[in-house]
Design a protein around this ligand. Structure first.
Ligand SMILES: [Zn+2]
Length: 667
C-alpha cells in the first residue's frame, strides 16, 4: 500500500487525469481467447518453498452487473503447532465495508473521507457465508462474530479438534458484494479489482491465533499455501490474477472460466475489465527470467510503457539485492484513472496495482514509476518476507520505502528520483525527511497499525520515519555492509513470517555490533534526534598572560602578543531521545574547513570542541553530509557573525519554500 503523503500526491495527479480527454471505449466486445501461460506456478525445480499451511480451491462467478461474486471454497489447513485446535478464525475483510459499525469505518472516520464517498452513497461491500461444512456436517450455526458489531472476523467451532500435524478441510459457500472501489478493492463502472474477497483463515503464531478485525490502518497477514481458483466472468472481460493461467474454457451464457494456479503465496487477487490491453516484457534475474505484464486502458498506453520499464527494473534490482523473484510472472494493473485513487497502489503476490497517470506526471516526474516500484518491492517485503502487517506495519512499508528509494536512485539517478525539474538535491530520502518533524510524532515507530494515534502518524511512523532510520543506520555503518546484512535477512526469512526482532538480530549479527543504542530509542521511544548549536565563538590567540613568577613583572600584551591565529570554541547539543555519532564541519574565513566527529551514543547531551586556526570561524555545519535523517535537516547550517560575538543564525537555504513545495507535492 502507499503512504499517506503519496496518496495526497496521487489525488493531485488525479485532477490532471480527470481533466484529460478520454475516448469513448464503445460497447464491450467478446475478447479473443487468452493464451495459456504453460509454465509452472513456481520457477526453478518446482519444489515447495514454504510450509503450505493454508491451501485454497475456489470456484467463483462474477456477476458483472451486480458486482457480486458467488463462490465455493475449500480450505485445506494444517495444524503445525504443538497443541490441538478446536476453533478456526477467518477474516471476512469485505465486511469492513458493510456498514458504519465496522471497525474499519469507525477507525477511518475523519481521514480519507473523500475516498469513502463510494460507501457513503450506499455502495456498500459485504461477504456472507451461505454454508460452511467440515466432514460433510453443516456448521453455519457455529459461526460467531467475536467482535460485534464488527463482522470482519468470524470464528468457527469445529466438530472435532485438529491435532498437531493433522489437516482439516473446510468447505464454504459464500457471496461477496464488492463496494464501489475506495479502499483497495471494488468496482468502478465495469472495472473490477477483487482483493480480500474470500473467507481467509488467520495465522497461528506459536499456539495463538493472529486474526484481527480489519482496521483502517491495518493491512494483512496470512500463511503461505497454494491457490487453485476458477473464475467465471463475461466473455467480454479481460482477466488478470495471481499465479499462472492454467486453463480457459467457454462457459454457458456468454461467459468464460479462467483457472489459475499459484504456489507459495499468501493471497490471491484478480482484476476483470472489458477494456484492458496488455503490454509485456521480461526481467532478467539470476536464475532465469520473469515475464512482466502491464494491463491498461488504451488511453493510458504511454503510462503503461513507463510502468513496464519501472517494473522490469524493479524486479531485476530487488532480485539481485535480496532473493530472486520466485514466480514466473509479475502482473501490474494500471487501473482506469477514475479508479486509481481507490484501487491503485496495492500489492498482492505476483500482482500489483499502480497509479499516478496524469497530465501532471509527464516524463521526468516519476510518480507513476515510484508507485510501481514501491508495490513491486512489496513482493519482497511482505510477499516473500511475510511479516505481520497489522502488528508491525513498519517492517514491510518502511523497509520497502527504504529499498524502493534505492531502486529509484539506481534506475533514474539520485537527482531525478521523483522530480527532476528542480535544480537541487531531489533524492527521495531528502524529500521525505523534509516532510515532517519526527519529534512531534506521538507514537513510536514500532507500534501496531491499529494502535497508532491516527492515519497521518501511521504514515509517518511506518513509512517515512522507518525509511529515515534505516537510511541513517546505513550511512553510519556503510552501504556495502548494510546491503549485505539486508540480503542475509531476506535469504534467511523468505517464505517465513519474520518479525522486527528477526531483522534487528540479523542486522546486529551481520554488522558485528550491538545496535541496541540505536534501535531502542529510534524504534521504541517517542521523540527524535534534537541536534543544535549552542555557541560558536573565536578569539585571537596569544601566549598566556599574567603572573607566572611573583618575583617578576606580569606577562602583558606586550610580551605575549597575539599570534595571528584564533582559538575557536563550538558547543553542540543533542537534547532529544535519539543520539547518534555525527560529523561537524567548521568553515573558516580563509575558505578552509575542518571536521570533528562527536561519537554520541546517548552518553552526553552536549560536547565542546576547541580548535586553533589561522583564520576565523565563519560557519558551522552539523551533519554536513546529511547522513543523519532523524531530525529536521534545515537547522544544521549556521553562520557565525563577527569575531567574538556568538551570534548564530540558521542559514535559510530556501528551506521554507522547498519544504512547503514538497509537502504540496506530497513526496
Ligand atoms: Zn506500501
Amino acid at each position: 500500500m502507499l503512504g499517506h503523503a503519496v496518496v495526497i500526491a496521487l489525488a493531485v495527479a488525479a485532477i490532471g487525469a480527470q481533466s484529460g480527454c478520454r475516448s469513448d471505449p464503445g460497447a464491450p466486445r467478446v475478447r479473443a481467447m487468452p493464451t495459456l501461460d504453460r509454465k509452472p506456478a513456481l520457477r526453478g525445480d518446482g519444489a515447495a518453498r514454504s510450509p503450505r499451511i493454508a491451501n485454497y480451491k475456489i470456484v467463483a462467478t462474477l456477476d458483472a452487473e451486480l458486482h457480486r461474486i458467488v463462490a465455493t471454497e475449500t480450505l485445506t489447513w494444517t495444524n503445525t503447532g504443538t497443541s490441538a485446535v478446536t476453533t478456526l478464525p477467518f477474516h471476512l475483510y469485505l465486511n469492513a465495508f458493510k456498514n458504519e459499525s465496522s471497525l474499519f469505518m469507525r477507525s477511518s472516520r475523519g481521514q480519507g473521507r473523500d475516498q469513502m464517498r463510494g460507501a457513503q452513497v450506499g455502495t456498500w461491500g459485504w461477504i456472507q457465508i451461505d454454508s460452511v461444512q467440515v466432514g460433510g456436517v453443516e456448521l453455519a450455526p457455529k459461526l460467531v462474530y467475536p467482535g460485534l458489531p464488527d463482522e470482519s472476523v468470524v470464528e468457527l467451532t469445529l466438530p472435532a479438534a485438529v491435532e498437531p500435524g493433522a489437516t482439516v478441510e473446510v468447505h464454504f459457500k459464500f457471496t461477496a458484494q464488492l463496494p464501489e472501489v475506495f479502499a483497495r478493492t471494488g468496482y468502478k463502472g465495469e472495472f473490477h479489482m477483487v482483493g480480500q474477497w474470500f473467507p481467509k483463515i488467520g495465522v497461528r503464531v506459536g499456539e495463538r491465533w493472529e486474526c484481527r478485525p480489519h482496521h483502517a490502518s491495518s493491512e494483512f497477514f496470512a500463511d503461505f499455501g497454494t491457490y487453485d481458483v476458477e473464475l467465471t466472468v463475461p466473455s467480454t472481460y479481460v482477466v488478470a490474477a495471481t499465479g499462472v493461467l492454467a486453463n480457459v474454457t467457454e462457459a454457458p451464457g456468454g461467459t468464460r472460466t479462467y483457472t489459475y494456479r499459484a504456489e507459495d503465496v499468501h493471497d490471491f487477487a484478480w482484476m476483470a475489465d472489458p477494456y484492458m490491453d496488455v503490454m509485456t516484457g521480461h526481467a532478467k534475474v539470476e536464475d532465469g527470467k520473469v515475464e512482466v505484464r502491464v494491463l491498461y486502458r488504451p488511453e493510458q498506453k504511454p503510462f503503461a510503457r513507463r510502468h513496464l520499464q519501472a517494473a522490469i527494473g524493479a524486479i531485476e534490482r530487488f532480485s539481485a539485492s535480496y532473493v530472486p523473484y520466485p514466480w514466473p510472472i509479475m502482473t501490474v494493473i494500471d487501473p482506469p484513472v477514475e479508479a486509481a485513487a481507490g484501487a491503485g497502489g496495492m500489492e498482492y503476490p505476483t500482482l500489483v496495482t499502480t497509479a499516478g497517470d496524469s497530465v501532471f506526471t509527464r516524463k521526468g516526474i516519476r510518480l507513476p514509476e515510484y508507485v510501481t516500484i514501491h508495490e513491486i518491492g512489496h513482493n519482497w517485503f511482505q510477499g516473500l518476507l511475510a511479516s505481520n502487517e497489522p502488528v508491525e506495519p513498519w517492517l514491510d512499508e518502511g523497509v520497502d520505502e527504504w529499498a524502493s528509494a534505492k531502486v529509484m536512485n539506481d534506475l533514474y539517478g539520485s537527482r531525478a528520483s521523483m522530480i527532476d525539474w528542480m535544480d537541487w538535491h531531489a533524492e527521495v530520502v531528502a524529500l521525505r525527511r523534509a516532510a515532517g518533524e519526527p519529534g512531534a510524532l506521538p507514537s513510536p515507530m514500532a507500534t501496531a497499525a491499529y494502535a497508532i494515534v491516527d492515519g497521518q502518524a501511521y504514515g509517518e511512523a511506518s513509512y517515512t520515519r522507518t525509511m529515515r532510520a534505516l537510511k541513517t543506520l546505513e550511512n553510519l555503518v556503510g552501504p556495502t555492509k548494510f546491503a549485505a546484512a539486508m540480503k542475509v535477512y531476506a535469504q534467511t526469512f523468505a517464505f517465513k513470517h519474520p518479525t522486527g526482532r528477526d531483522l534487528f538480530e540479523t542486522l546486529s549479527r551481520e554488522l558485528g555490533q550491538d545496535l541496541t543504542w540505536f534501535i531502542g530509542p529510534v524504534w521504541h521511544d517517542v521523540g527524535a534526534l534534537e541536534l543544535g548549536l549552542r555557541t560558536a565563538e573565536c578569539w585571537k590567540a596569544h601566549p598566556p598572560r599574567g603572573v607566572f613568577d611573583v618575583t617578576k613583572k606580569p606577562v602583558t600584551e606586550k610580551e605575549a602578543r597575539e599570534t595571528g591565529s584564533y582559538i575557536c570554541e563550538v558547543v553542540v547539543t543533542s537534547t532529544g531521545t535519539v543520539h547518534v555519532p555525527v560529523d561537524i564541519e567548521l568553515r573558516f574565513a580563509d575558505g578552509s574547513t575542518q571536521r570533528v566527529r562527536w561519537d554520541d551514543r546517548g552518553h552526553a547531551s552536549w560536547e565542546r570542541f576547541t580548535i586553533e586556526r589561522s583564520s576565523r570561524l565563519t560557519e558551522v555545519w552539523i551533519d554536513p553530509d546529511n547522513k543523519v535523517l532523524l531530525d529536521s535537516p534545515f537547522r544544521h547550517q549556521y553562520r557565525v557573525d563577527g569575531e567574538g560575538a556568538a551570534s548564530l543564525r540558521a542559514a535559510a537555504r530556501l528551506a521554507a519554500i522547498a519544504q512547503t513545495l514538497m509537502q504540496v507535492v506530497g513526496l
